[in-house]
Ligand binder design. Structure first.
Ligand code: SF4
Length: 208
């Protein structure tokens, strides 16, 4: 069984991890995470810390983990509500999965300026929140969307095309990785990323 391999680099990452580990439940974690300033640049440019969505039951059928909030998510404080979110909702529905049954998170909770890729220290600092979220949700099945998220779960040498399409056991969880909806949009409705994303969602939906 593989273990999670997100980077841990500095004192701020350790402080976030310590704080997150003390959160007894989702509401407590969300409250303290919303005031996090561990990443100075992101904390000074964000509008919201996008903590994530969870089903009312608190026990998701599937935990979806993307990269970071975009502009719409930063404005609203909710994950995957822009164009990528609309496509994700559509493809979830076509696969027979209901977003309302899913938790939707990101590996980094604050929007990077101009939607740049999160930097390694930012991923490391925000990892404490995500680790505790996965524990609190008792996540059995996880879907990592995009390469940054795939690397968080499977390690820095991950090649998406080589590991998608099947589950990987990581820390007792079944982890699937696939293309981010933004890649599916970029390559168009007949592009390979959209077909792969749809196929992977269908495979997850068919897995007991
Ligand atoms: S990205 Fe994560 S660790 Fe960095 S300031 Fe935002 S909530 Fe804190």
């Amino acid at each position: 069984m593989a273990a999670l391999r997100p980077p841990r680099l500095d004192a701020a990452a350790d402080e976030v991890a310590r704080t997150a580990a003390l959160a007894p439940d989702w509401a407590a974690l969300a409250t303290v995470a919303r005031s996090c300033v561990a990443c100075p640049e992101l904390a000074s440019t964000r509008q919201h810390v996008v903590v994530g969505d969870v089903p009312a039951t608190g026990r998701p059928r599937l935990v979806i983990v993307g990269e970071a909030p975009g502009a719409t998510e930063d404005e609203t404080g909710r994950p995957f509500v822009g164009k990528s979110g609309a496509l994700l909702d559509q493809l979830l529905g076509e696969a027979g999965l209901d977003r309302a049954e899913c938790a939707v998170l990101n590996i980094v909770k604050c929007r990077p300026p101009a939607n740049r890729t999160p930097k390694t220290p930012e991923v490391a600092r925000c990892s404490g929140w995500l680790r505790r979220q996965l524990e609190l949700l008792d996540a059995g099945t996880v879907l990592a969307l995009g390469l940054s998220s795939a690397k968080w779960f499977l390690g820095p040498k991950t090649v998406l095309g080589q590991v998608r399409g099947r589950p990987h056991e990581v820390d007792g969880r079944s982890v699937w990785v696939t293309y981010h909806p933004s890649a599916a949009i970029r390559f168009g409705p007949n592009g390979a990323p959209r077909a792969a994303l749809a196929a992977d969602l269908a495979a997850i939906a068919g897995t007991p």
